[in-house]
Design a protein around this ligand. Sequence first.
Ligand SMILES: NC(=O)c1ccc[n+]([C@@H]2O[C@H](COP(=O)([O-])OP(=O)(O)OC[C@H]3O[C@@H](n4cnc5c(N)ncnc54)[C@H](O)[C@@H]3O)[C@@H](O)[C@H]2O)c1
Length: 334
Amino acid sequence: MNWNSKKVLVTGGASFIGSHLTEQLIEIGAKVRIADNFSSGEMSHVKSLDCEILEGDLLNPEFCNQATDDIDTVFHLAADHGGRGYIDAHPVECSTNMILDGQVFRYAHRNGAEKIIFASSGCVYPTSAQMDVSRETFLYEDMVKPPYEADDLYGWAKLMAELTLKAYYQQHELKTASCRYFTVYGPRCTENHAVMAMIARGYLKLEPFEVWGDGEQIRNWTYVDDIVSGTIAAAENINDGTSVNLGTMERIKVKDCANQVIKTLNPGTTIKLLTHKPTGPLNRVASNRLAKELLGWKPKTSFQVGLQKTIQWYINSKTTEQASDDLTRKLVGR
Ligand SMILES: NC(=O)c1ccc[n+]([C@@H]2O[C@H](COP(=O)([O-])OP(=O)(O)OC[C@H]3O[C@@H](n4cnc5c(N)ncnc54)[C@H](O)[C@@H]3O)[C@@H](O)[C@H]2O)c1
């Protein structure tokens, strides 16, 4: 697909993932506009990029209308979102995503957008299918079906947005796609996500090294560059509202991630398990079979390589004062 001069809107474009997506879209020739209220996005992520930056709240209809005006493709990433510590404690804030998503889709459609790509999440999957760590289970797209059982209000909002986009395709032939991101990490990710919290603790040489849960939780941490390439491939290949997993099939235990971080940053530290802290589902790993079939996509960065790149980025971009500043709040905030 030729992205040259395509007019593209990235909502939440100043975020961790949004800023990487924006960079790549500019690289392949798209004319990018970002709309962000900078509630968790950072101007420093995007200020040097060759794109239009609109600052405002997409919950405000006038701003949403302005942001979606004269756009071909919308990548909708804006969301009230954080790590597990945030979404567990802020269901009301997460519920506003239903309003935000509905409004962005409505104005994009009214203003004649050709296509909408949505940043969905592994949180749309039934939580009961993700609790047994003794089983080698993978989440397949068709497991999301009635009776639905999404993860918290954050997951329900993502699910509602996916269903809404399917309806836009069926009723109005508006081309749509949803990408279910799985535990994304990489440069610019914040400490409210588990990998970054562990890197911060290792960098600050905190003793003991605290880990939330019993450390047996399994995740398929997926490197941000792979998420970006998959999102663009979904924009190029899906029109009918299909939802597709973007995640690796590597199964990593939280305690193994902790041990790798400790080995790199502070060998010899002892781990203290905080079993009263929220962990989310215990066994969350995507199947990426459908992404291979539909998009020809597979992740390129192994966890081993991605983790070392992320650690290097963290060390190079933050002083220890910056890393320790307000760390306790950052672990559960956004
Ligand atoms: N990080 C992950 O592991 C992960 C996993 C699954 C899905 N996602 C989704 O990917 C997207 C990007 O997430 P992220 O982790 O990069 O960072 P993030 O959650 O910080 O990104 C959200 C962005 O939206 C902006 N925003 C929030 N409310 C807004 C509003 N009302 N108006 C305008 N802008 C607003 C924020 O300032 C921020 O830039 C989100 O939709 C998130 O739900 C992320």
